[in-house]
Design a protein around this ligand. Structure first.
Ligand code: CO8
Length: 260
């Protein structure tokens, strides 16, 4: 399988394992990704998973994008369905109730960067190279890049990247907010686990409500966003975890959250 799933100590890992093609996303990989995402969604519901990290096999690449060889010679209908398949798979990652992070240690191009953009966070080593080079192929990003990138780094910088197709190095990516954090080079799994560690101790309800308020609020006016925040904060307040968190503070002990 080119998409490997492992679940260990409350963390799910999706590992792209097609190094001979720099982990390029074939349509069969997208199908595998959907199968794996169903397992992750089930594991989250069962309380077995509190975070997800995505990694790529090999020294060179997280993921070099959609499989260009496979994209050639398709009908418009096939192409439209292909774009939808990629968008839907990445939407499922974006909609997970737990924090997710893409570990970028080499190329994150095209669909590979779009996959990373669907994660809650992106962490990069100094060797990471990011870009949406589709224009060089006469294409445009089709797995969410034209929508998620400007929401993350702003219209001007997103248009610069999309219209030039240029490669952004790790330092610039951090400076413009494209990656959340730069880290020392190391084993990608260890980087993913270390990045997610601070989130693991919190209750899923608070994490989910906070994330939901931010993401939903970003798609609307400030006034509507404040209403969303009011609802989400009230829902979080109603949870047993909130009772536990405030009681633990008063009793000067660590909180034990049960996601209830
Ligand atoms: N697709 C298929 N094969 C790839 C891809 C790719 N995206 N990237 C690399 N490979 C393959 C190469 O063909 C090569 O295989 P082979 O030896 O059999 O020819 C192998 O991986 C190694 O690649 P290189 O020899 O090219 O390695 P280099 O280190 O010289 O170069 C690069 C690395 C710079 C990353 C280079 O491979 C490259 O430019 N790759 C293409 C990057 C790119 O353009 N990505 C965007 C793809 S389009 C896209 O993602 C659109 C998404 C939305 C589509 C919506 C419609 C469905």
């Amino acid at each position: 399988m080119a998409v490997e799933l492992s679940i260990e100590e409350g963390l799910a890992r999706i590992h792209l394992n097609r190094p001979q093609a720099l982990n390029a996303l074939s349509f069969s990989i997208l199908k595998e990704l959907n199968v794996v995402l169903t397992k992750i969604e089930d594991a989250i519901e069962q309380g077995l998973v509190r975070g997800l990290y995505v990694t790529g096999e090999g020294e060179k690449s997280f993921c070099a994008g959609a499989d260009i060889k496979e994209l050639m010679g398709r009908t418009l209908t096939e192409e439209h369905q292909g774009a939808r398949a990629g968008q839907e798979a990445f939407n499922r990652i974006a909609a997970l109730r737990v924090p997710s992070v893409a570990v970028l240690h080499g190329y994150a191009f095209g669909g590979g960067l779009e996959l990373a953009l669907a994660c809650t966070f992106r962490v990069a080593t100094a060797r990471a190279k990011l870009g949406l080079p589709e224009v060089k192929l006469g294409l445009i990003p089709g797995y969410g890049g034209t929508q998620r990138l400007p929401r993350l780094i702003g219209e001007d910088r997103a248009l610069d990247m999309i219209l030039s197709g240029r490669t952004v190095d790790a330092q610039e990516a951090e400076r413009i907010g494209l990656v959340t954090r730069l880290v020392e080079d190391g084993e990608v799994a260890a980087i993913g686990r270390a990045f997610l560690a601070p989130y693991l101790k919190h209750g899923l309800i608070a994490l989910d409500m906070a994330r939901s308020a931010v993401l939903r609020g970003m798609q609307t006016t400030l006034e509507q966003g404040l209403l969303i925040e009011r609802d989400c904060s009230t829902l979080a307040y109603r949870s047993q975890d909130a009772v536990e968190g405030m009681t633990a503070f008063v009793e000067k002990r660590p909180a034990v959250f049960k996601d209830q």
